[in-house]
Write a protein that binds this ligand. Structure first.
Ligand code: PMP
Length: 358
């Protein structure tokens, strides 16, 4: 008997791969190097123990959404939560993409934008960045005029480049969408915004075609929980609620997100120390011969090495795993290192020196 066949339009789809290797120093997936504080786990487990596990969760996740909205200065109706920002992105594309519709991405960027677009049957148009990975705002606006995409993705700080897009670029794109007759949506993926100098959250307003996507996976040290959210016009949130599966967000996840907000002081301290370490690692990389680090507003740094593949292999032999983009289109010889604890960053820098000397 022949097995089932994947949809024809997905025949050559590659899964999402970020290989995990068991090494001493793992700096390849942009997680926080610090777990949440023990008091978080105490408060969360107490809340889970007291929950009505025999009942379905609050479908609208009101407590979590109102707590998050309060934290970000936004009304509950402008907050939508899901299992990781990936599920937020998927729900956006299920609602606003699909057959006959188009998403515009600017490469190189977070690969899941184009990947989820394909899975949801959305056409993908790729805009290019400049060789230094900056976006040319005029060229981006021209492409939006030409393609008239239904959904535009912009990641700031961008993954994997670390580049922060200026507010003017966001405003120029929004202006362009507002000026045309066909409706469209600008989705700003801010998975790393807490490490960067600005956020587009305060540009979100009812009637403005803008969604800002965020995650608990990075600064909140909660990648294992799978919780992400977006801030969007209330009408967009209402659409997303129609599209997403009922009861998609479990009680433990909703409680984790609410309880975490009691630890904003710890979160701020983690962000501050990671930014200090990022600047230290960036300066140390810049001082190495044959290494070109790119400026970063995130918790990772992209750098180009004369022979990226050999550098990646050498680091791995030294027990340090970084993300290998050396053979990716547009990213030749580039590697991306997540900022870890100071001792992990020291181990990475020592390994870099060793590998380059060899
Ligand atoms: N957006 C960007 C730009 C990311 O880098 C990531 C994680 N690598 C995500 C979204 C997904 O994060 P999560 O699903 O864990 O919230």
């Amino acid at each position: 008997m022949s097995g089932p066949r994947l949809r024809d339009d997905l025949g050559d789809l590659e899964g999402y791969h970020s290989p995990q290797v068991d090494v001493a120093v793992r700096l390849n997936t942009n997680e926080s190097p610090y777990p949440p504080p023990p008091e978080f786990f105490e408060a969360w487990t107490a809340a889970v123990s007291g929950s009505a596990a025999h009942r379905y969760p609050d479908r609208a996740a009101i407590s979590l959404r109102s707590a998050l909205g309060g934290f970000l200065g936004q009304p509950t109706e402008r907050v939508f939560c899901a299992n990781g920002s990936n599920e937020v992105l998927q729900t956006l594309l299920l609602g606003y993409g699909g057959p006959g519709r188009t998403a515009l991405v600017f490469e190189p960027s977070y690969v899941l934008h184009a990947h989820i677009a394909r899975i949801t049957g959305t056409g993908v148009v790729t805009g290019e960045r400049q060789p230094d990975f900056r976006l040319d705002p005029a060229a981006a606006v021209r492409l939006v005029e030409e393609v008239e995409p239904d959904v535009i993705f912009l990641t700031t700080p961008n993954n994997p480049t670390g580049m922060v897009e200026p507010r003017e670029t966001v405003e120029a794109l929004l202006e362009r969408i507002a000026a045309r007759s066909k409706p469209g949506l600008l989705v700003i993926d801010e998975a790393y915004a807490e490490f960067s100098p600005w956020t587009a959250i305060d540009v979100v307003a009812d009637g403005v075609p803008l969604v800002v996507v965020r995650t608990y996976s990075k600064v909140w040290s909660m990648a294992a929980f799978r919780l992400g959210f977006c801030i969007a016009p209330a009408a967009v949130v209402a659409d997303l609620e129609k599209v997403v599966l009922p009861y998609h967000l479990s009680v433990p996840t909703q409680l984790a997100g609410t309880v975490a907000l009691r630890f904003t002081g710890e979160m701020g301290a983690r962000v501050a120390s990671i930014k200090t370490e990022r600047d230290r690692v960036g300066a140390a990389l810049a001082a190495l011969d044959g290494v070109e680090p790119f400026p970063s507003g995130a918790n990772f740094i992209l750098f180009r090495s004369t022979d990226g593949q050999a550098t990646w292999e050498g680091l791995l032999r030294a027990g340090v795993l970084v993300r290998n983009f050396a053979r990716w289109p547009r990213l030749d010889n580039c590697l991306r290192v997540t900022i870890g604890r100071p001792e992990e960053n020291d181990a990475f820098l020592a390994a870099m020196k060793e590998v380059l000397a060899a």
